[in-house]
Design a protein around this ligand. Structure first.
Ligand code: AR6
Length: 174
């Protein structure tokens, strides 16, 4: 069974097998976690992302999907890029999008397990630029990872501030 752990900190400093990136479909970098990962990981990550765009994903990585590259200079072996949905304030729309956010976690774990990764660090996907409310994002993230039964030892949520950490801790305790 996967152990779910929480850390307050920067995802680029995690010593794990795989670090998950909250990317966008273009796979060519951005702000937030994405910017930090490319900055700290160096140009090898972007080079692989460009190759993926030229080969498997000419139209971009779909929302809810996940794909791995090298982790470059990060203290991890792989970066797994996933694309979260953009929050919609319309309740019916948010309900349609929630499975795509869950898919970011399950697909990332599936890719990680396929690579032989045992420890995986996740950011709170979609809760920054994409505006998904932290409490609902934490519920989806924790439920999805808990339900995942493949060969992963640890799923570590890395929360960037104490408010996000507290929300995840409260959800995890339920
Ligand atoms: N370590 C851990 N968490 C972080 C870090 C970090 N270094 N930096 C930010 N966070 P975001 P999204 C938190 O915006 O909402 C990018 O431009 C942050 O506080 O990175 O999925 C991409 O290219 C927030 O709680 O991802 C896409 O265009 C969470 O990580 C778009 O943003 C996610 O925030 C994706 O938006």
């Amino acid at each position: 069974m996967v152990a779910v752990t929480l850390v307050l900190g920067d995802i680029t400093e995690q010593q794990v097998d795989a670090v998950v990136n909250a990317a966008n479909s273009e796979l060519l970098g951005g702000g937030g976690v994405d910017g930090a990962i490319h900055r700290r990981g160096g140009p090898a990550i972007l080079a692989e992302c460009r190759r993926l765009r030229d080969t498997e994903y000419p139209r971009g990585l779909p929302t809810g999907a996940a794909v791995a590259t090298t982790a470059g200079e990060l203290p991890a072996r792989w970066v797994i890029h996933t694309v979260g949905p953009v929050w919609s304030a319309r309740g019916d729309r948010a309900a349609q999008l929630a499975p795509l956010l869950a898919s970011c976690y399950s697909e990332s774990l599936r890719v990680a397990a396929g690579l032989g990764a045992r420890t995986v660090a996740f950011p709170a996907v979609s809760t920054g630029v994409y505006r998904w409310p932290m409490d609902d994002a934490a519920r989806i993230a924790i439920e999805t990872v808990r339900e995942y039964s493949a060969d992963i030892d640890e799923a570590r949520f890395v929360l960037f501030d104490s408010a996000a950490y507290d929300v995840f801790a409260e959800r995890l305790a339920r």
